[in-house]
Design a protein around this ligand. Structure first.
Ligand SMILES: [Zn+2]
Length: 128
């Protein structure tokens, strides 16, 4: 990966990190009890909104962690950044630009998914 591409990816990671930080945690409101007194139907809705907010907050925290890790790898060892951690081949720039935090090339990623016992493809080929 050349310096210009690396710089572009670093800039992208930084701006994604800023955007996520600026977004902040969604408010997880604890209004279920008061809602129940007013309207029985509001309670499940408030509960659902709370679950959605906390799922979103968790996804956002994971995304932030991935971005932090990618920035760290970029700082620690710029020449290794963009290399697949499994086969050590360069990951195509297009893939890196779409998902700067990826650590595996498509082949290795798919291979890993196929290894999961739940992967349907693996089950089908078992019977062929
Ligand atoms: Zn690979």
């Amino acid at each position: 990966m050349d310096t210009a591409t690396r710089g572009r990816i670093e800039a992208r990671l930084r701006s994604q990190r800023e955007a996520l930080r600026a977004e902040g945690d969604l408010e997880v409101r604890a209004e279920v009890d008061t809602a129940r007194k007013v309207d029985d139907d509001a309670a499940p809705l408030a509960e659902m909104a709370k679950v959605i907010a906390s799922n979103r907050n968790r996804a956002r925290a994971e995304e932030l962690a991935q971005i932090e890790a990618a920035l760290q790898r970029l700082a620690d060892d710029p020449t290794e950044f963009g290399m697949c951690e499994q086969c050590e081949e360069p990951i195509p720039t297009r893939r890196i630009e779409l998902m700067p935090w990826v650590r595996l090339c498509i082949d290795c990623q798919q291979g890993r998914e196929d290894d999961r016992p739940s992967a349907k493809r693996r089950h089908l080929t078992d019977y062929q």
